[in-house]
Write a protein that binds this ligand. Structure first.
Ligand SMILES: C[S@@+](CC[C@H](N)C(=O)[O-])C[C@H]1O[C@@H](n2cnc3c(N)ncnc32)[C@H](O)[C@@H]1O
Length: 305
């Protein structure tokens, strides 16, 4: 594929980032190797480089349908040929909603998890593909995504920029640039922001599961989810940290939470309106509505006794 144009998935560097994410790729590989049975027909929904198709074929399945609308699929086809697996993998360049298959499949493998969780439309794609292409006893890999939330003391880019311009530099008051920094970044800073946290000590309480998306059935997000946390005196609350647990099968899962080694997704930071130092033991009530588009997420934090 020369160039790649506007489609990020036509660029080799996008797939380099996905394949270099060892937490993600190894977890999928192990789950696929355990899941595939000799007579299985597998659908690789959004095959990209074809990595999961090749793992499934190498693990002994009868046939793989590898589907992607991106031009990257032409190189995936060539790659399967180079690896001697082209006989069992059929590459189909098509959008998912136009996919026609001659048979139902035993297993659908997919990785349509967006950096804002739902922005690659995983819920509707996987529910539709299951309804149209999966046998009644067929399996989804992954089959469930859990959303976890925790209050955090993460210091945002905006907060750091404002602190930077507040301090005198070389003996001068540069405060005017703080106003400029605020004007230029505040609207973005109030959206869910991707952050790469590598240490769960930035969390103020143990994360809680606020939503379980059963991918076979959940074609739509809930209107809102709620939870609460106990906070301690002196803790500095700057917002919420959201991340996923990806359930590949009944025994295997991985999280995108703040830890080492992390995944390429990182976490979502949902800022509080302003940072607050908790006065005494307090209860934090949280309401969250998620959406496909990051700008449509809404959340509310209420700190009470
Ligand atoms: C995150 S990548 C995953 C690639 C590969 N499965 C992996 O995990 O390394 C998602 C892939 O799905 C494809 N895709 C997303 N939406 C699609 C749609 N509606 N129809 C067809 N392909 C789609 C993209 O082009 C992309 O290659």
């Amino acid at each position: 594929v020369a160039g790649g144009g506007d489609d990020p998935f036509a660029h080799a560097r996008t797939h380099q980032a996905l394949l270099s994410d060892r937490v993600r790729t190894l977890a999928y590989r192990r789950a696929l190797e355990a899941a595939v049975r000799p007579d299985d027909v597998v659908l690789d929904l959004g095959c990209g480089t074809g990595i999961f198709s090749m793992i499934a074929a190498r693990s002994g399945c009868r046939k793989v349908y590898a589907v992607d609308r991106s031009a990257i699929i032409e190189d995936a086809r060539e790659t399967a040929r180079r690896n001697g697996l082209d006989g069992r993998i059929e590459f189909i360049r098509a959008p998912f909603d136009q996919l026609e298959l001659p048979e139902r499949v035993d297993l659908i493998v997919h990785e349509l998890i967006g950096s804002r969780f739902w922005d690659e439309d995983i819920l509707s794609h996987v529910a539709q593909a299951s309804a149209r292409h999966l046998r009644p006893q067929g399996r989804l890999l992954p089959f469930r995504l859990d959303v976890l939330l925790a209050p955090t003391r993460y210091v945002s880019e905006l907060e750091r920029a404002l602190a930077f311009w507040t301090r005198r530099r070389e003996g001068f008051d540069l405060g005017a640039f703080g106003r400029l920094a605020f004007q230029q970044t505040a609207s973005d800073a109030l959206r869910p922001t991707n952050v790469l946290l590598r240490d769960d000590r930035v969390l103020l309480a143990r994360p809680k599961v606020v939503y379980r998306a059963d991918l076979r059935a959940s074609a739509r997000l809930p209107e809102e989810v709620t939870t609460s946390f106990r906070l301690r005196a002196g803790q500095r609350l700057t917002g919420l940290c959201a991340f996923l647990r990806v359930h590949l099968d009944g025994r295997r899962s991985f999280t995108t939470g703040p830890q080492r080694p992390g995944t390429h997704w990182g976490q979502l930071f949902l800022p509080a309106f302003e940072p607050t130092v908790v006065g005494g033991e307090a209860r934090l009530e949280v309401t969250l509505s998620m959406a496909t588009r990051a700008s449509d997420w809404r959340w509310r934090l209420d700190l009470g006794r």
